[in-house]
Ligand binder design. Structure first.
Ligand code: ADP
Length: 267
């Protein structure tokens, strides 16, 4: 199962991706999380993209395409993945098409989460308040000014993907304003409608999927997912390898970079 979730910042891509990983036993590939991990680990890549992210602009296509190309080659992505935050430009979508074609693979579903823009700022504010309450580090780009720029980038560079995938007859649109479980059910329905044989929800689908995580511990579940992403990202040496340490700098920082916990994120 290879899926894409499309939608503006705060649309709920991260939350819904997480549910899809559990449902289908696939991995969530969030370029935003991978880039933030690189920034946090202070890698060459992290330094390159830090200011771009803080301004709410998009990092260059070739940078994210390389990240995704390497990441989907990892063994845990063989069973499938849900892309969250990628592709974000038509050039990235074309690069993804080429990458998959070269592997003889294809996308199984592209779901657009449609949301009312006025509510996005409120959602981001709620997310910030929840992160603060949990004592987590805040995303530097989760503030009203940068959000305006992120939305601008979305409208100008990412929204054209809706037409791109619609023209290929691959796009499903779901109302992202509904409560989380309702959106999840709508996504499931949209994906089933696009498949040759409708998948039975429940046991049949869970056969190859990892055991369900307890709903009673959503935070623990998110943390463990974030840790997995960071470990996998760390497996891509170039992404998390630090610049050679200046004399006197211990390798501890480098080790820390490989295992850094990152900021679990609820999007
Ligand atoms: P959002 O909440 O805005 O969807 P993400 O976590 O997906 O945020 O991404 C955060 C930032 O990382 C973006 O504003 C952008 O600077 C960068 N980024 C993430 N994915 C991409 C991508 N596919 N192409 C370019 N830049 C990206």
């Amino acid at each position: 199962m290879r899926l894409i979730l499309l939608g503006p910042p705060g649309a709920g891509k991260g939350t819904q991706s997480q549910r899809l990983t559990e449902k289908f036993g696939i991995v969530q590939l969030s370029t935003g999380e991978m880039l933030r991990a690189a920034v946090k680990a202070d890698t060459t890549l992290g330094r390159q993209v830090k200011d771009i992210i803080a301004r709410g602009e998009l990092v260059p296509d070739d940078v994210v395409v390389k990240i995704i190309a390497d990441r989907i080659d990892q063994p845990d992505a063989k069973n499938g993945f849900v892309l969250d935050g990628f592709p974000r430009t038509v050039a990235q979508a074309e690069a993804l098409d080429r990458l998959l074609k070269a592997k003889g693979a294809q996308l199984d579903g592209i779901v657009e989460l449609k949301v009312d823009e006025d509510s996005l700022l409120r959602r981001i504010e709620t997310r910030v308040a929840e992160s603060k309450a949990r004592g987590e580090a805040l995303r530097p780009d989760d503030n009203p000014d940068v959000l305006v720029q992120r939305l601008k980038a979305y409208r100008a560079q990412t929204a054209p993907l809706v037409a791109y995938y619609r023209a290929k007859n691959m796009l499903k649109t779901v109302d992202g304003m509904a409560p989380i479980p309702v959106v999840a059910a709508a996504i499931e329905q949209a994906l089933n409608a696009g498949r040759k044989r409708p998948a039975k929800s429940g046991a049949a689908n869970r056969k190859n999927a990892p055991a369900r995580k307890s709903r009673a511990q959503p935070e623990a579940s998110r943390r463990s997912a974030a840790t997995k992403i960071l470990r996998k990202t760390a497996a891509l040496g170039w992404l998390t390898t630090r610049q050679p340490a200046k004399s006197g700098q211990s390798s501890k920082a480098g080790r820390k970079a490989t295992h850094c916990g990152g900021t679990p994120e609820v999007k």
